[in-house]
Design a protein around this ligand. Structure first.
Ligand SMILES: Cc1cc2nc3c(=O)[nH]c(=O)nc-3n(C[C@H](O)[C@H](O)[C@H](O)COP(=O)(O)O)c2cc1C
Length: 330
């Protein structure tokens, strides 16, 4: 199956940035698109819905103005994330705004609904649904999703537990449509590896927490830079769904990161909130790939680094090819 037109554009790199609750706002999205990779943000970051309308106008206008000023630059499209869960009381309102602005790519999470897919298809947009295992992937495509985002172990936010190889292998048995792979990708070499594993693009979230455009407090950015994979704790304590969080922020919020209460022990998101903790705002989300981030930079600086690492990785494989004659990458 060939990729939909919106994913066939000329990107600087095969990278789609991942939406991050609170952290992804218009500044980050514009910088991502203008650096030549797909930008994204969760609709719920724009509060109230009228702000979503404003953000979508701002992003489209700013990207268009940038493209006019820089006719040779690659300006990538953007995506909006919809949480398709019964707790999202804004879903219908936000869908109206998304349809009005003809958002080119919609990412659906925590539930697949045919009417959401139909609304996006009505103006020619595409829907990518994020999944943590193959069964959910099959259901999403049955309900009309155009593509899939495989959220593997080690990803930021509500991550899965499966190996990226296992997940992509199982999905690629039956699905040849658009497939993104996520989980701890923070180096150009890992972007190439996602493609080699069978994905069309790498889906990258936490790495952008290191950039100046991420809408987070400086202490959060610094903790991302100072931490590595072993500082990431996987727990369902804070939201009721398993996710990856920075150990330092859990400790600062007054918890023992190694002994978080489980739901079986009576803990619930409500009890966590009552204890004074707020998932995402005080207890900071992050994937395991942050060990590759050593300094804060702009989005454009990070994409530049990814680009040179990506091409270097291709070069290294080609060198190996010369010596072994077994691998060929162009
Ligand atoms: C702080 C943070 C907040 C996130 N919020 C959301 C969200 O609101 N919606 C969503 O679909 N995914 C969310 N995610 C998951 C990302 O979209 C993506 O799957 C993940 O970041 C990819 O793994 P990586 O962080 O290791 O690159 C979040 C991730 C992080 C780190």
């Amino acid at each position: 199956m060939s990729l939909p037109a919106v994913l066939q554009g000329s990107f600087r790199l095969p990278v789609m940035s991942a939406p991050m609750f609170l952290a992804s706002g218009p500044e980050l999205v514009k910088a991502q698109c203008q650096a030549g990779i797909i930008g994204s943000f969760p609709a719920l970051n724009a509060r109230p819905t009228s702000l979503l309308d404003d953000w979508l106008s701002e992003i489209a206008e700013d990207n268009a103005a940038f493209a006019r000023r820089n006719p040779d630059a690659t300006v990538a499209p953007f995506a909006v994330n919809q949480i398709v869960h019964r707790t999202n009381t804004r879903l219908e309102q936000d869908m109206e705004v998304i349809v009005k602005h003809k958002v080119p790519i919609v990412i659906t999470s925590l539930g697949a609904r045919p009417e959401v897919n139909e609304a996006v298809h009505s103006y020619g947009g595409i829907v990518l649904h994020d999944v943590i295992h193959n069964r959910f992937a099959q259901k999403a495509v049955e309900k009309g999703a155009d593509g899939l985002i495989a959220v593997a172990a080690g990803a930021g936010g509500h991550a899965g537990t499966q190996s990226p190889f296992a997940l992509v292998q199982e999905i690629r048995v039956w699905f040849d449509g658009p497939l993104m792979l996520s989980g701890a990708i923070a180096h150009g070499r890992s972007i190439l590896a996602a493609q080699a594993a069978g994905a069309d693009m790498a889906y990258v979230g936490s790495a952008f927490l290191s950039t100046q455009e991420a809408n987070i407090v400086p202490e959060y950015r610094q903790m991302v830079l100072d931490s590595s994979a072993s500082d990431v704790v996987y727990s369902n304590y804070f939201t009721g769904i398993h996710g990856n969080y920075l150990r330092g922020s859990i400790t600062a919020a007054g918890y023992d990161a190694d002994a978080l209460p489980t739901p079986e022990e009576g803990a619930s998101p409500a009890s966590a909130r009552a204890a004074g903790s707020k998932a995402w705002k005080d207890v900071w989300g992050s994937g395991q790939g942050i060990g590759a981030l050593k300094e804060t930079t702009t989005v454009s600086g990070l994409v530049e680094r990814f680009e040179s690492e990506y091409h270097e990785a291709i070069e290294q494989l080609n060198q190996q090819t010369l010596s072994t004659n077994t691998i060929s990458v162009s």
